[in-house]
Write a protein that binds this ligand. Structure first.
Ligand code: A3P
Length: 299
């Protein structure tokens, strides 16, 4: 057990990762009872790596025959309502969402080794998004700070940075989270797709097509000609999503996080506004040590 740097949150270590009580309880429940189906697609991520974006994109891809850009629920519902989080949603709610949208999508922040056994036995697909560690640290800092209603003076960045280095972050250590999925993707490439936030940003079209192919909903030539891929990218863009009423003023029932906290800046390299030279060197060194011998780039 650990009390976070600003004294407001109690974190618990469970199966080698850090989490908070409500998620811990729901995790244990999900591990005991969740029955994955072969047609499920799990959208997996460590927090603040692009989960919300991935959910919107996958949802828009999977439901594109049912809804277009003017009728999609993404315009009026928060992405986290459209695709439920395994370790939060009640089983009933999850079943309802499946029934309502007839969707195979479920998201989770659990690390690979902690996924419910049925995810492996069902052999369902997994999409994993990851992001530059320094931008994740900054994003994580602001998210938690805003959720706790603390100013930057009351919640100094240094404390959050120090904890992140010690592995104490939502579902952290972040390095181990990424390594788990990365290793699994080498063993089961046909079942696990890795996407990088920065790649989605710089080359959205090819990556959205990769995502659609992998999920089993490839775009036809006619769809491409008709601009369906571009429309989905535009619909799910930060500029569009962050300006929707639901994302500006909404809040999930019982959550301490307003929807707008999930849409902050969406910039690559925002860490440069927060890191000292020493912080940069320290995190680079830690990352080099952890990722030695892999092809992964988190810097
Ligand atoms: P920043 O805090 O750097 O702005 P998650 O969804 O995993 O919680 O991650 C949140 C991060 O993704 C935030 O990063 C947020 O701004 C960014 N984000 C949210 N929606 C996005 C979108 N549609 N496109 C790109 N980035 C997005």
């Amino acid at each position: 057990q650990h009390t976070c740097a600003w004294g407001k949150v109690k974190a618990y270590k469970y199966q080698e990762f850090w989490t908070v009580k409500p998620f811990l309880e729901a995790t244990i429940l999900a591990q005991q009872s969740f029955k994955a189906e072969p047609s499920d697609v799990f959208l997996c991520s460590a927090p603040k790596t692009g989960t919300t974006w991935l959910k919107s994109l996958a949802f828009a891809i999977v439901t594109r025959e049912k809804f277009d850009e003017s009728t999609t629920p993404l315009l009026t519902k928060f992405a986290h309502e459209c695709v439920p989080l395994l370790e939060k949603a009640q089983v009933v709610e999850r079943e309802n969402i499946r029934k309502n949208f007839n969707l195979p999508l479920i998201s989770t922040h659990l690390r690979y080794a902690s996924l419910p056994e049925s995810v492996f036995s069902s052999n369902c697909k997994i999409v994993y998004i990851y992001r530059n560690i320094k931008d994740v640290i900054v994003s994580h800092y602001h998210f938690l700070r805003e959720g706790l209603k603390l100013s930057m003076e009351d919640a100094p960045f240094e404390g959050a940075f120090e904890e992140f280095c010690q592995g104490i972050s939502g579902y952290g250590p972040y390095w181990d989270h990424v390594l788990g999925y990365w290793k699994a993707s080498l063993e089961r490439p046909e079942k696990i797709l890795l996407l990088k936030y920065e790649d989605l940003k710089s080359e959205p079209k090819s990556n959205v097509k990769r995502l659609a192919d992998f999920i089993g909903c490839p775009f036809s030539v006619d769809e491409e000609k008709a601009g369906v891929v571009d429309n989905i990218i535009r619909l799910c863009s930060f500029e569009n999503m962050s300006n929707l009423d639901v994302n500006k003023t909404g809040k999930l029932n019982g959550s301490m996080f307003e929807n707008r906290f999930y849409y902050r800046k969406a910039k690559v390299g925002d860490w440069k506004n927060y890191f000292t030279k020493e912080m940069e060197e320290r995190i680079d060194k830690l990352t080099d040590e952890k990722f030695n011998g892999t092809s992964l780039l988190l810097k």
